[in-house]
Write a protein that binds this ligand. Structure first.
Ligand code: UDP
Ligand code: MG
Length: 324
């Protein structure tokens, strides 16, 4: 039995040492008693600080440490994908580098894995988050679950254990836009949820700005199905019905009362509403076309500049052909 811990890290020079020390302590003692083997895969996502150097220092004294360094910042999803693709464990744990995902939960996750769960998910509560953020995300998840087919849950993120089966399932999904929250839910399997107390990051700053969050939110709605397209169809249908009703009403009025010319208000309202509805629909279609554009290019998800994983070294670094 071997465990892989994947840690995507971007500009985490200040936090990653603490994370590593803590992880190492826990895994060393736990895996020794259970006779498990383990490895860490640190994915340096094109950091501009000394993250990579710090990781390389770990690797000098600890053969369990593997690293993959990208040529530039490809985003967390790419980091997770690379970690999964080059992991060799029977179970893989995904974890942030800032200790917001407490490593103390790992033994408990492994217990559930041994019990036969394919996904063990750690769910955080929202203590310490600002009230507005909590409310906003609550509303968001309420709405989004009406709009998409897979179930997305608040507080459930990337901190989870995946069995080899589940990893294979994820790697068999080759889409370019990887919305992992939806993908984890999409693959299914038997899932166990354990809860933990929300943690603040140890040092450094979050890479999430408000606009990034909004974009992530839109991704969540659009990445998983064509329901938004369907709803523009409904919108068009409603508009046509309303339009016909209004035309009939005006026609009858003309026949009964005669023509009255002053109609600025009705005309301007109709133009504005119709224009808005059309722009909205074109926007939705555009979003999907944009996604199709990226999908058909079939670009690799990441490019590797440097690594100490033999299996990856044997390939040319620019080849992103991982096996499912
Ligand atoms: N991360 C990454 N690439 C990025 C942004 C973030 O690999 O482009 C990593 C980051 O180093 C951390 C994890 O993803 O380990 C979560 O990022 P962060 O803590 O900024 O997000 P938050 O916890 O605020 O959601
Ligand atoms: Mg964080």
């Amino acid at each position: 039995m071997k465990l892989t811990v994947v840690v995507p890290s971007y500009n985490e020079g200040s936090a990653i040492r603490l994370t590593y020390e803590k992880l190492k302590d826990i895994l060393k003692s736990y895996c020794l008693t259970q006779k498990y083997d383990y490895e860490f895969i640190f994915v340096d996502d094109g950091s501009r600080d000394d993250t990579l150097n710090v990781i390389k220092q770990f690797q000098r004294f600890d053969t369990h440490v593997k690293y993959i360094s990208f040529t530039r910042n490809f985003g967390k999803e790419a980091g997770i994908l690379a970690g999964l693709a080059y992991s060799s464990g029977d179970a893989v744990i995904l974890m942030d580098a800032d200790l917001q995902h407490p490593p103390e939960l790992i033994p408990k996750m492994l217990e559930y894995y041994i019990e036969g769960y394919d996904q063990v998910v750690a769910k955080r509560n929202r203590t310490g988050d600002s009230k507005s953020k909590t409310l906003f995300s609550k509303l968001y998840y309420k709405m989004v679950n009406h709009l998409v087919d897979v179930k997305l849950e608040d507080g459930v993120g990337d901190f989870r254990l995946l069995s080899r089966r589940a990893v294979k399932a994820l790697l068999s999904m080759h889409e370019y836009n990887r919305f992992s929250k939806g993908m984890f839910s999409w693959i299914g399997f038997n899932v166990k949820v354990i809860e933990y107390e929300n943690q603040q990051r140890v040092t450094g700053t979050s890479k999430w700005s408000f606009t990034k969050l909004v974009q992530y939110g839109i991704d969540g709605i659009l990445s998983f199905n064509n329901k938004p397209l369907r709803s523009t169809l409904y919108l068009g249908f409603i508009m046509v019905v309303l339009g016909i009703a209004y035309i009939l009403y005006s026609l009858i009025r003309v026949l009964v009362v005669g023509i009255d010319t002053p109609g600025y208000f009705t005309i301007i309202s109709a133009i504005l509403i119709m224009g808005g509805a059309q722009l909205l629909s074109i926007g939705v279609i555009g979003e999907y076309i944009g996604r199709i554009y990226y999908e058909v290019k079939k670009r690799p998800h990441f490019l590797i500049e440097e690594t100490n994983i033999e299996r990856v070294k044997q390939k040319r670094y620019w080849e992103d052909k991982y096996e499912a």
